[in-house]
Design a binder for this molecule. Structure first.
Ligand code: ARG
Length: 250
């Protein structure tokens, strides 16, 4: 080989190793940022804020990875992970047996529960009160699964499925649906952020749920790293600080 081509070979090898290392230094994350206080878009800056956003950034910090977060459709999160477009998902995703068939979950990082949101004074304050009613949900959420089970049992009149929480809430506000079944902390945050909405919520109506960070099943290495980072953040008090920041007043 000529000296020059050897030089180019060495040069391109150095360059490709360099860019590989750069690629490895990034944690590509997807969320659906319509789920305050876990993930939402700051109205003024467009920044992604929330409990989950702080948590995943701190996980990146522990792992020495640059965290890049995309805000995509809720229903597209798991497909995008399976396609290899992302390394992990954090979006208030409840760990369920069905989802565990498709993806791996980190250790649970948050304990949650469902509630029922309905018009103030409308007499709906439990799942039983939904008999004969139209229930609005974000599609393919645990709220949807609960409402769909009620529908199958003949205990609600219909289930309206929306792409976003905001649209489901709006359906109740305009009277197109009677109630939303949704994660309680998100109902709280919505009611606080929309004080003029004529809505209230009933309190817990389900067994507790646990949120996990979803990772591709072929990426056990990352799963272990994320679990390790979660343990580190708990041990260092950083997890508690994030919790206090978003839920301290509750
Ligand atoms: N915890 C519920 C579930 O996993 C709802 C999550 C919705 N998350 C979101 N970012 N919209 O089904």
């Amino acid at each position: 080989m000529k000296k020059l081509s050897v030089l180019f070979l060495v040069l391109s090898l150095v360059l490709s190793v360099g860019s590989l290392a750069l690629g490895q230094g990034v944690l590509k994350v997807a969320t659906e940022a319509g789920f305050m206080p876990f993930e939402y878009v700051d109205a003024e800056t467009g920044a992604l804020l929330g409990f989950d956003m702080d948590l995943i950034r701190e996980i990146g910090n522990v792992l020495g990875l640059e965290v890049q977060i995309d805000n995509i459709a809720w229903d597209g999160l798991i497909p995008a992970l399976l396609n290899g477009n992302y390394d992990c998902l954090i979006a208030g995703i409840t760990i369920t047996d069905e989802r565990k068939e498709a993806v791996d979950f980190s250790e649970p990082y948050f304990e949650s529960v469902l509630t029922v949101v309905a018009k103030t004074g409308g007499g709906i304050s439990s799942l039983d009160d939904l008999a004969g009613k139209i229930v609005a949900v974000q599609i393919n959420t645990t709220g949807d699964f609960t409402a769909s089970d009620l529908y199958d049992a003949g205990d609600v009149k219909g289930v309206s499925r929306f792409d976003t929480v905001a649209d489901a809430m709006q359906a109740v506000i305009i009277g197109a649906a009677d109630a939303v079944v949704i994660d309680l902390p998100v109902a709280e945050a919505y009611l606080e952020a929309n004080p003029s909405a004529p809505l209230n919520h009933s309190g817990p109506v389900s067994d507790n749920e646990f949120y996990g960070i979803a990772v591709n099943k072929n990426n056990k290495d990352l799963l272990e790293k994320i679990n390790g980072a979660l343990a580190t953040l708990k041990a260092q008090g950083i997890y508690d600080a994030i919790y206090q920041k978003w839920f301290g007043g509750m």
